[in-house]
Design a protein around this ligand. Structure first.
Ligand SMILES: Cc1cc2nc3c(=O)[nH]c(=O)nc-3n(C[C@H](O)[C@H](O)[C@H](O)COP(=O)(O)OP(=O)(O)OC[C@H]3O[C@@H](n4cnc5c(N)ncnc54)[C@H](O)[C@@H]3O)c2cc1C
Length: 342
């Protein structure tokens, strides 16, 4: 077993509220690691509406979900947070007063004095395609995300879907796999036109295949896939030999493991006090969409405010013997030094 990663604060969720929490903690000399299930930062802004405009970020008349994520990443750069993407926090165990041991689904372990749950609507989880018996192959031959491309070296891959994830992984895995077949129900794609053009060029060059249809059945044994059977809108059903199938049918949000962390829940939300946004467990805070309190609004600006107050209380857990002096970034040289602007 590897040694745990020690940090002042572990933030669960790298959505806008988790990201801004890094800033508020950083101003108080508190270091943070962040874990997110997604392979990118930005939470809902990055996953659900990267191109959509947001009009109610204070003093920013207009910014897209992607733009806000980029701006937050720039703002927290001075504090050098460490990101652990593509990992889901599964367990939180109390090991001190307060001190927590946190484990992810890949077995990574953290020890943190403070936990900030910024898990939004919960975990993004892949939508399972309606293929009978697909569960028997999940994790052995059917994968909803790619953690290591090497895993697929020299395999015959069937990638299913027409969005950005399906196309991006098709392009990335085509040089690694023995053969990639992209299957989509029709010859039109939601993915970025540039990716679609690149995919079509690979097909034209004979370097991969494009199949139109929907998977109806999997063939194999003991979780090992041999072939997929598919049916096109028009024409005869067909059989395609493959070693692994990667369906990319989008994501849904489910509460996920948050429910098992010993925190009080009210209709899948974590009740907090409004002085510091702390949960029923001292040292565990909840900010952003995941929390609830009288008058709560699920807005990004609410999560930013919650992060600022959370950091003030977290300071006392991280530095129990120090006094906290309130300062403005405009006038405090010490804060400006931390921001690297003086
Ligand atoms: C279409 C749309 C438009 C919107 N427009 C606006 C708007 O105009 N203005 C506005 O203020 N708000 C808007 N919102 C709401 C806004 O996006 C949310 O309030 C905001 O994203 C909440 O941020 P968050 O950081 O709390 O959570 P999220 O953005 O949901 O991020 C939470 C992150 O936590 C991760 N996570 C969850 N569980 C785990 C776990 N166990 N382990 C590891 N990671 C985990 C998730 O993968 C996710 O990335 C909109 C939302 C949608 C869907």
């Amino acid at each position: 077993m590897t040694d745990p990663i020690k940090t002042d604060v572990l933030i669960i969720g790298a959505g806008p509220c988790g990201l801004f929490a890094v800033f508020e903690l950083g101003l108080l000399d508190i270091k943070a690691h962040l874990v997110d299930i997604l392979d990118k930062v930005g939470g809902q802004c990055a996953e659900l509406y990267p191109e959509k405009p947001i009009y109610d970020i204070p003093a920013v008349p207009f910014i897209t979900g992607h733009g806000l994520t980029e701006a937050l990443m720039k703002q927290i750069e001075p504090f050098k947070p460490t990101f652990h993407l593509g990992e889901m926090v599964e367990n939180i165990e109390s090991i001190g007063e307060p001190m927590f041991r946190v484990t992810t689904d890949s077995g990574k372990m953290f020890e943190a004095k403070v936990i900030v749950v910024a898990a939004g609507g919960g975990s993004f989880q892949p939508k399972r395609p309606p293929v009978p018996g697909i569960e028997a192959y999940e994790g052995t031959s059917v994968f909803y995300s790619v953690r290591k491309m090497e895993q697929f070296r020299d395999q015959r891959l069937l990638i299913v879907g027409g969005g950005d994830s399906a196309l991006d992984w098709t392009l990335n895995l085509a040089p690694v796999a023995r053969r990639v077949t992209l299957m989509h129900r029709r010859d039109q794609f939601r993915a970025a036109p540039d990716s679609v053009n690149k995919m079509r060029a690979l097909v034209a060059a004979g370097k991969m295949d494009l199949a139109l249809g929907q998977v109806t059945m999997l063939e194999g044994e003991g979780g090992v896939l041999r072939a997929a059977h598919a049916k096109p809108d028009k024409g005869e059903p067909f059989r395609l030999e493959c070693d692994a199938m990667l369906p990319f049918f989008g994501l849904t949000m489910k509460l996920g493991p948050v429910a098992n962390w010993g925190l009080n829940l009210e209709e899948d939300l974590i009740p907090v006090d409004t002085a510091a946004f702390e949960t029923n467990v001292p040292g565990i805070f909840a900010i952003g969409d995941i929390n609830t309190y009288p008058g709560k609004l699920k807005l990004i600006l609410s999560g930013f405010h919650e992060g600022a107050l959370m950091a003030q209380k977290a300071y006392h857990y991280v530095y129990p013997d120090k006094r906290l002096v309130f300062q403005y970034t405009t006038s405090s040289t010490s804060l400006q030094k931390k921001l690297g602007v003086v």
